[in-house]
Ligand binder design. Structure first.
Ligand SMILES: Cc1cc2nc3c(=O)[nH]c(=O)nc-3n(C[C@H](O)[C@H](O)[C@H](O)COP(=O)(O)OP(=O)(O)OC[C@H]3O[C@@H](n4cnc5c(N)ncnc54)[C@H](O)[C@@H]3O)c2cc1C
Length: 374
């Protein structure tokens, strides 16, 4: 890939991972990110063993283990506290690396941004594309800062509301609201919380996951038939209200601790699976731009990062670009479809109060599938 000039549009987890892997392969990489401050919002993110395996490939596993939290298993509990199951999380990233974990999003974003820059990526912040026009030998891109440059390949990694997708495939489906929202907050971590822990209520599902030695993040899924704006001044009372029906002592302690500084974030859940193809000519898409999943399997970041790894591998494997892009899509489609569709079904079961046995079966089957090589 030595002579290749590649543009990545979007500096989220997927775009940064693509920059790291493509630089390793020797390509000349520009990355444009629309946010001048390259921010990521202050919530925790849960990561499975497959994500930690991908971190190993990117070379950021040690930084994650230092600044995040890695642990084994998921503890499932009843609303008043008793444990009903301990779901095993296989050690996919190697025998010495726990099977899952979590970290604050801004911390992971900083680790990836440092690795992106250290790899020699030319990063331009506060910049986006205005137009791209392609012919048989390249793509001419004009940018919001007035520049115009020609590339061998453009990678669209600009997330759920992707402008690259809208330009390439104006008829692509729009994100779909799933009837649920998730609340997140950051709270102190008591010593008894050693791993991801979820309390299974009839409709509302709170959980916590350690993000460091001293903190954990709280997530609470709530059915909401309409995707309506919620006034931020009501966040604290609403979140406390959702926890009122859970007598478990850990949740009541969290409820008492929540305060205006708890970084409460509210987010309606949307999913999207863009039908194939995921590329046109010399422009290809990765991550949420083509497959945004609801967080029921905590694997959205994972599959976007894996896209980046597989794309770089396939670009290095074939002499002709169409063969590389076809091989990338072929390797990614089934795994990403499985994550998006199974997550959507889990959400549906939760919203309708559906079959708990089906919910558990989908969880187990999906986690087993995610453990497979990519
Ligand atoms: C509530 C919620 C909870 C989640 N929890 C988890 C979890 O626990 N575990 C997990 O693995 N996944 C989780 N996910 C999914 C995960 O956050 C996403 O899958 C992942 O962040 C996608 O990364 P991305 O880089 O593809 O897209 P994004 O993170 O959306 O990044 C896109 C980047 O492109 C930039 N951009 C946008 N437009 C342009 C443009 N025109 N030009 C230049 N730059 C642009 C944006 O500023 C952004 O930096 C969750 C998602 C949600 C909604």
């Amino acid at each position: 890939m030595k002579a290749q000039r590649i543009l990545i549009i979007g500096g989220g987890f997927s775009g940064m991972s693509a920059a790291i892997e493509l630089r390793k392969a020797g390509a000349d990489v520009d990355l444009v990110e629309i946010d001048p401050e390259w921010r990521n919002y202050g919530a925790g993110i849960s990561l499975g063993g497959a994500t930690l395996r991908a971190f190993g490939q990117l070379g950021i596993l040690d930084a994650f283990l230092e600044h995040g939290s890695a642990h084994d298993g998921v503890s499932l509990r009843l609303p008043h506290g008793p444990c009903i199951a301990e779901l095993p999380t296989p050690r996919i990233a190697g025998p010495s690396v726990p099977g899952g974990g979590a970290i604050m999003r801004p911390v992971l974003a900083r680790i990836l941004a440092d690795a992106t820059r250290a790899a020699g990526t030319n990063v331009r912040l506060g910049c986006t594309f205005k137009t791209f026009e392609q012919d048989a030998s390249g793509v001419d891109v004009t940018f919001s800062d007035g520049r115009r440059q020609r590339y061998d390949l453009v990678v669209g990694a600009d997330g759920l509301y992707s402008g690259v997708r809208a330009t390439l495939f104006p008829g692509a489906p729009a994100p779909q609201y799933n009837g649920q929202a998730v609340w997140r907050a950051v709270v102190p971590r008591p010593p008894e919380i050693t791993t991801a822990t979820i309390w299974i209520g009839p409709r509302v599902k709170p959980g916590v996951n350690p993000v460091s030695k001293s903190e954990m993040y709280l997530f609470v899924t709530e059915p909401r038939p309409l995707n309506e704006r919620v006034d931020p001044s009501t966040f604290l009372d609403h979140l406390r209200g959702l926890l009122a029906d859970f007598p478990a002592s850990e949740l009541q302690a969290i409820r008492a601790q929540l305060n205006p500084e708890s970084l409460i974030v509210f987010r309606p859940l949307e999913g999207l699976l863009v039908p194939r193809p995921w590329s046109k000519g010399r422009v290809v898409m990765i991550g949420d731009a083509v497959h945004a999943t609801t967080p029921h399997l905590a694997s959205g970041a994972c599959i976007g990062i894996e896209d980046a790894i597989v794309l770089a591998e396939e670009l290095g494997r074939h002499a002709a670009l169409p063969a590389s892009l076809a091989a990338y899509e072929e390797r990614r489609w089934e795994r990403c479809r499985m994550v998006v569709e199974n997550s959507a079904r889990l959400g549906e079961i939760e919203v309708t109060g559906g079959d708990k046995a089906e919910h558990e079966r989908i969880m187990r089957d999906s986690l087993a599938a995610l453990a497979q090589p990519i």
